[in-house]
Design a binder for this molecule. Structure first.
Ligand code: AMP
Length: 305
């Protein structure tokens, strides 16, 4: 395992087919599953670790974002990463930066209106990683379904030669989608947040039983969220993965996405629907069999509560 700080140093250290896993650190099994996938498909696995200020729409979120390089290097190494590229801001954004990457219409719906500038920040930093590291293949989680669609489209539109691969959502034993921000949830907030997964799974059952109406599918999710008094939904939407725009009726390659606040923590989750035979099948993700590395014996790792 090697820790690199510059693009040039990283390019000089790789050999063969290069797999890139971009992250903001504070790793959990969602990140680790992408590293494992990358290790199966590449000769050198580079995990980038950079908390990108450009993609934060709230100063307080950037300030409290959890960071622990030592812990991350240990976990990434065990999962099969060869290089952790952890650049300083001077390396990522040297001097005045005038260029921004904007993936137009794919950024306008779902997360877009709720997080102004977020996807421009994501697309810009990912374009820089693609340009600076020249990976043959990059791995992104389906947990961030809109981000995955945007990165795929950005790679295509800007002619980056590397492939972009999506990995399944990894969930806690009780269904909560893993997120570095989960460590901020109090046990009561975490308990209420489980309604998000329950709602998505209820909707998935409906779809697999033949329901096709976007309104009926989203109503099922709201039904669960409304039962949790302190959980505030920002949106619940059935959307096409290709257009990242809401659809009235279930389409091939659509997903049901949501964002909600549990206390001061914003959570997102989704379920993707694949056409199989003559019906739709929900991709419910992967459930861990024991609690994630985000929780130690004394509660959240490095968390506040
Ligand atoms: P982040 O560090 O939050 O920017 O995430 C880095 C990568 O890990 C992104 O491609 C995310 O989509 C992915 N990721 C985050 N959480 C999960 C999860 N629960 N399951 C699968 N992938 C995830």
């Amino acid at each position: 395992m090697r820790i690199t700080k510059t693009f040039a140093e990283t390019r000089a250290a790789v050999r063969g087919r290069v797999g890139l896993v971009p992250t903001m650190g504070f790793l959990h099994e969602g990140h680790l599953s992408l590293i494992k996938l990358a290790a199966e498909q590449s000769d050198t696995v580079v995990m980038s670790l950079y908390v990108n200020p450009l993609q934060f729409d709230r100063e307080d979120d950037l300030e409290r974002y959890p960071r622990d390089l030592e812990r991350d290097v240990e976990l990434a190494t065990a999962a099969g990463a060869d290089i952790v590229f952890a650049p300083a801001c001077d390396e990522m954004y040297p001097g005045e930066q005038l260029t921004r990457v904007n993936v137009g219409a794919l950024s306008n719906e779902l997360e877009g209106p709720n997080r102004p500038g977020h996807f421009e920040g994501v697309a810009t930093v990912v374009a820089k990683l693609f340009a600076g590291l020249q990976p043959d293949v990059s791995f992104f989680g389906r947990k961030d379904a809109q981000q995955l669609a945007i990165v795929k489209r950005m790679g295509r539109d800007l002619s980056f030669p590397g492939a972009v691969v999506g990995g399944p959502i990894v969930r806690e034993t009780d269904g909560l989608a893993l997120s570095s921000r989960n460590i901020f949830l109090s046990s009561e907030e975490r308990n209420q947040a489980l309604a998000l997964h329950r709602g998505l799974m209820e909707a998935a059952d409906l779809v697999e039983a033949g329901e096709r109406s976007g309104a009926a599918i989203t109503t099922a999710v709201f039904g669960e969220i409304d039962k949790a008094p302190d959980l505030k939904a920002e949106y619940v939407a059935l959307a096409s993965q290709e257009r990242v725009a809401p659809c009235q009726v279930l389409e091939v390659d659509s997903f049901l996405a949501l964002a909600a606040w549990s206390g001061t923590t914003r959570l997102i989750d989704n379920v993707h629907f694949d056409l199989s035979g003559d019906g739709f099948v929900a991709d419910r993700g992967i459930r861990l069999t024991t609690h994630s590395v985000l929780y130690g014996p004394d509660g959240p790792a490095g968390g506040e509560s």
